[in-house]
Design a protein around this ligand. Structure first.
Ligand SMILES: NC(=O)C1=CN([C@@H]2O[C@H](COP(=O)(O)OP(=O)(O)OC[C@H]3O[C@@H](n4cnc5c(N)ncnc54)[C@H](OP(=O)(O)O)[C@@H]3O)[C@@H](O)[C@H]2O)C=CC1
Ligand SMILES: O=C(CO)COP(=O)(O)O
Length: 349
């Protein structure tokens, strides 16, 4: 039993890579209810205490019951892919009350009023795009929301490697509650009030990780990778400012911290997706043979449209979209970027 077993358990929604990693981290400080929509998986976790190749703490109990989760837990961590987030919230919403606090760990966007199977196929506007905290507010009575974002590759966390994260929320009590249950010698938790910036940074860095993977797959070196990360960060800041975030979130743990981790690690799914593209595989072949989630592919479709909507000058986003979705030649895209009339080095201060 955990040290705080007299207290309410903490809920995690989504027993994928990151939800499972977070459940085990929470278990250092609290009892944990881990929700999966898959009843067989729930039985397996509870009987074997093994999942995704790791041992789950005795403080983690799996459940298939959203009502039980909402009844027993005041603090919940929803961590499901962005494309399924609204549906999950739609199911959970009726069980939630204003006293609940939700801190999500999802790095992507929700879109409404436009086909989710082809988010780039229409004229996307800001009102079609929601961050996950916005979805939580739209689909429930919950007000106290937060976001968990940082260099948090699930496979490293599952191995017990240390890292840091950011809990961003306009509410001090959300940051405090999140720190109380997540902070440990393995996981340092920073706090911030800049929730929109943290959410945007988490989603947008996945696109740059795709690009970085492409360069690596092409056999290119660190100089160019560093330039892609640098100019990619600039594009992230331009998106962030256009969408109403301050630039500061992009220079902290959830920004440059996560960007470096994701855009340089072979353990990142987004980097790996790009790497395989760079090696010459087609988008279709990679999608068919890669069961793991690469959020950046969907995010790229959305940000390409948002760039038009905000009239942003984001050549990396533009070229990545052409390479990934239009079969544009990678060498030509590189040539375009190398001869692009970038004038000012740092143009967002
Ligand atoms: N993996 C990582 O290193 C990190 C991931 N993230 C972010 O976390 C999010 C989830 O990623 P990750 O865990 O890796 O993804 P996975 O693909 O490993 O797992 C996603 C999980 O979500 C579950 N799920 C999907 N839809 C629902 C739903 N409607 N209700 C309940 N559960 C649902 C899936 O269940 P089922 O098996 O039944 O389909 C699956 O268990 C993404 O946005 C990602 O960017 C953030 C930081 C690190
Ligand atoms: O967000 C992540 C690390 O912080 C996970 O990145 P991938 O989804 O690319 O594996």
């Amino acid at each position: 039993m955990s040290e705080t077993s007299g207290q309410r358990p903490v809920g995690v929604i989504g027993a994928g890579s990151f939800g499972t990693a977070i459940a085990n981290l929470l278990a250092y400080n609290a009892d944990v209810l881990l929700y999966s929509r898959n009843i067989e998986l729930v039985d397996t976790i509870n009987s074997t205490r093994e999942h995704l190749g790791i041992h789950l703490s005795a403080s983690v109990q799996a459940t298939n019951d959203l009502q039980q989760l909402a009844r027993e837990c005041n603090l919940l961590f929803p961590i499901v892919p962005s494309t399924n987030f609204r549906k999950m919230m739609h199911n959970l919403g009726p069980h939630l009350r204003p006293y609940h606090m939700l801190i999500h760990g999802t790095k992507g966007f929700d879109i409404r009023g436009i086909s989710d199977s082809n988010p780039g196929g229409g004229k996307l506007k800001r009102e079609n795009v929601s961050t996950m905290s916005e979805v939580i507010r739209q689909e429930s009575v919950v007000v106290r929301v937060g976001c968990l974002s940082g260099p948090n590759l699930a496979s490293e966390i599952m191995e017990g490697q240390p890292t840091a994260t950011l809990i961003a929320s306009p509410f001090d009590e959300v940051i405090h509650a999140g720190k109380m249950v997540l902070d440990s010698k393995h996981f340092h938790v920073f706090g911030s009030h800049e929730i929109l910036g943290a959410e945007l940074a988490g989603a947008l860095k996945n696109v740059i990780a795709l690009g970085s993977g492409i360069l690596k797959g092409k056999g290119l070196g660190k100089n160019l990778q560093a330039m892609l990360i640098t100019r990619g960060l600039t594009e992230m800041v331009h998106f962030g400012k256009a969408m109403g975030a301050s630039g500061s979130a992009f220079f902290g743990t959830a920004g440059i911290g996560d960007l470096v981790a994701t855009a340089t690690s072979k353990r990142s799914r987004n980097f790996t997706f790009g790497f395989r593209l760079g090696q010459g595989e087609s988008m279709e072949d990679i999608s068919d043979s890669m069961p793991e989630l690469a959020e950046g592919v969907r995010t790229l479709q959305i940000t390409r449209q948002l760039a038009d909507y905000y009239n942003l000058r984001v050549p990396i986003t533009e070229m990545l979209h052409r390479v990934v979705f239009e079969g544009f030649d990678i060498d030509r895209a590189l040539e375009y970027l190398m001869t692009y009339p970038y004038d000012v080095d740092v143009d967002f201060l």
